[in-house]
Design a protein around this ligand. Structure first.
Ligand code: PSU
Ligand code: MN
Length: 306
């Protein structure tokens, strides 16, 4: 894969220092300006404080970038020309047409693996949407996580999705889902979902050790590290559920379909929660980035030890 590395990422690679991939669909589609830019910067800083190097991934003018300069990130975040939402299946179109866009979890996993980056921080993954029996909407994120050897740190999945079915499909695809300090799968804004996980890890070291075995010794695909969102800014489940029901009925009424569904629901939730969902979202993104940084450091240390 043809990749364009930022100077910072290039140096980290040359010195064998730990890297953390970051997605940018959250910047281009998931959050409003200027919170999207603040979130991107906070995530990059959190990764650095943990001792790793951030590698935000995006497609700029048809080239796949691994690591963005401050100006490039601002360009993606600022309102202006429509930015493409680039999933794995959109990569070829975006490149051939010289397009610019933010990469989703699926494309970010694929690019990270090609860049030999094995840890990736996002907010929440895509998954099986509610009402799947009618519209068959299942995010390509799940297949990509299964396929590419990347540990994806997330705050679980938003309950705009069907969380039990999402977990079932992850099992079908053979993706380990590890709770971080908990046996309960988190629901993004809320710390609980009612879904119990078989396996939990206590800390970044334990997570990195499992990732090492899976990628280095077994040559298997990705895994999910589910970190509950920070307590202070998390929202009660019933409050989120009420907002989601309104957002979902809005999507149905307006006939929103395909890749437009997730950005539509996210914007509706932000608008209807009076900013509380945004505060929660920023806090969990940063927490995930910090933990991913710690995992990347531990992963690199385990490599040296082997
Ligand atoms: N979930 C969130 N915030 C997000 C996304 C998902 O809580 O910003 C973004 C991610 O980039 C994810 C993508 O990979 O949406 C999934 O889109 P879809 O459901 O269309 O596959
Ligand atoms: Mn979809």
């Amino acid at each position: 894969m043809e990749l364009t590395f930022s100077e910072e990422v290039q140096e980290a690679r040359a010195e064998g220092r730990p890297l953390v991939a970051l997605e940018t669909s959250v910047v281009a589609q998931g959050l409003p300006y200027p919170q999207n830019l603040e979130a991107a910067r906070a995530c990059e800083e959190a990764v650095r404080r943990a001792g790793a190097t951030p590698a935000a991934i995006a497609v700029l003018d048809g080239r796949i970038h691994v690591g963005l300069s401050a100006g490039e990130m601002r360009g993606l975040a600022q309102p202006g020309p429509v930015r493409m939402k680039v999933g794995s299946r959109d990569l070829a179109v975006a490149m051939a047409r010289g397009a610019t866009g933010g990469t989703t979890v699926s494309a970010t996993c694929e690019v990270a693996a090609a860049a030999d980056i094995h840890v990736f921080a996002t907010g929440g993954i895509g998954g099986v949407h509610r009402g799947v029996e009618e519209h068959l909407d299942v995010s390509q994120d799940l297949g990509a996580i299964a396929r590419f050897p990347v540990a994806v740190v997330c705050a679980g999945a938003k309950s705009v999705l069907d969380i039990p079915k999402t977990l079932e499909l992850l099992e079908t695809l053979g993706v380990p889902v590890l709770g971080v300090g908990t046996h309960e799968f988190p629901a993004f804004y809320s710390r609980t979902s009612g879904q119990v996980l078989e396996h939990a890890v206590a800390d970044a070291r334990e997570a990195a050790a499992i990732a090492r075995v899976r990628f280095g010794r077994l040559h298997q695909g990705g895994l999910l590290l589910a970190l509950p969102p920070p307590e202070e800014t998390s929202l009660p489940r019933d409050e989120v559920e009420r907002l989601i029901l309104v957002a979902l009925s809005g999507a149905k009424r307006q006939g929103v379909r395909g890749k437009a569904v997730t950005p539509f629901l996210l914007a509706e939730l932000a608008a209807r929660s009076g900013g509380k969902s945004l505060v929660a979202n920023l806090a969990l993104l940063e927490a995930n980035a910090r933990f991913a940084g710690e995992v990347a450091v531990a992963y690199a240390a385990a490599e040296t030890a082997q």
